[in-house]
Design a protein around this ligand. Structure first.
Ligand code: ATR
Length: 285
């Protein structure tokens, strides 16, 4: 007698989305789903490929409860705010949203890139803050990094960028008690935020170009790169390593911590950070 087929249970719990274009190479589902399982929650974390023309519809679907919340990635971090009902302070100051939290039909935009970077840096500075920092780049990632440095307790920041006008504009526009200068100086901490080195393959011209950024950078004991690479160290960190910098971290730590901060906002539960870091193979430096 053939046994009757038992249909697989359908998971009707609303998912959490990652909205962006492209999103298929994201590592976020790996550590978010590991965390959701660990917390015993039925929801899953899924990428939702979202061209700009579909962003408003995707946000509307969250408002209707089709998804319980979302992360937002490139190229929508600046644009999505206009579709939401309110912004948390950091999202307003950063001019960017990476997390949508739903309370009933009300959607609020948060920025956990800032707190994620702060957490990633905090593992180095348990017993006091760096006083000075050199920030390479003046785009969206640099703006978020400045807010993380402010929270870390940094007093003075030098901003160096290919287009110095953009560095000057950033230094002028950010309302902060930190002293902001344009240019390079020897500092306690360097943060690399340019898009050079994102997704480069070792031994290509692009990779060498990204490594050259280090040659203009005054040596520092702590070096953070917001980029990460599945192919080993980022070009910038490989160059810093060769120059004898022992404290080096790439953007994967920040990625996991921003995700963990988002998870806490969606679920109200403490995120299992070590498990999430393990899920993408991040160890202590
Ligand atoms: P993100 O949101 O990732 O910061 P962005 O706002 O486009 O992206 O900023 C990219 C940053 O990388 C900028 O600081 C940019 O410098 P410019 O302001 O001069 O464009 C920097 N960048 C991009 N390509 C670069 C290159 N080839 N050499 C040096 N800096 C570069």
């Amino acid at each position: 007698m053939p046994r009757p087929r038992v249909p697989a249970p359908v998971n009707t719990a609303p998912p959490i989305w990652l909205l962006g274009d492209p999103v298929n190479h994201s590592l976020s589902p790996r550590f978010q789903n590991a965390a959701l399982r660990h917390l015993g929650l039925p929801n899953t974390y899924r990428t939702r490929h979202t061209p700009a023309s579909e962003l408003a519809d995707a946000v509307d679907a969250i408002r209707r409860g089709v998804a319980m919340g979302a992360n937002v990635t490139l190229p929508h971090k600046r644009a999505v705010g206009a579709h939401l009902d309110g912004l948390a302070t950091l999202a307003t100051r950063a001019g960017a949203v990476n997390t949508i939290v739903a309370e009933g039909e009300r959607l609020t935009g948060h920025n956990t890139d800032v707190t994620g970077l702060l957490r990633a840096l905090s593992r180095w500075f348990v017993e006091g803050s760096p006083r000075t920092a050199l920030l390479l780049g003046a785009g969206g990632a640099a703006r978020g990094a400045l807010l993380a440095l402010e929270r870390l307790g940094v007093e003075e920041v030098w901003i160096a960028n290919r287009t110095s006008d953009a560095a000057r504009a950033l230094a002028r526009e950010l309302d902060t008690d930190m002293a902001l200068h344009v240019g390079r100086a020897r500092c306690d901490l360097v943060i690399h935020t340019t898009s050079l080195g994102v997704g480069t393959v070792p031994d290509t011209a692009e990779h060498h170009k990204a490594a050259e950024v280090w040659s203009d950078t005054p040596w520092a004991p702590w070096v953070y790169d917001v980029c990460y690479s599945a192919e080993g160290p980022t070009p910038f960190l490989a160059a810093a390593h060769a120059a004898g910098v022992t404290h080096r971290l790439d953007g994967l730590t920040m990625l996991v911590h921003q995700g963990a901060d988002s998870l806490e906002l969606w679920t109200g539960q403490p995120a299992p950070r070590e498990l999430m870091l393990d899920a993408v193979g991040v160890g202590d430096d």
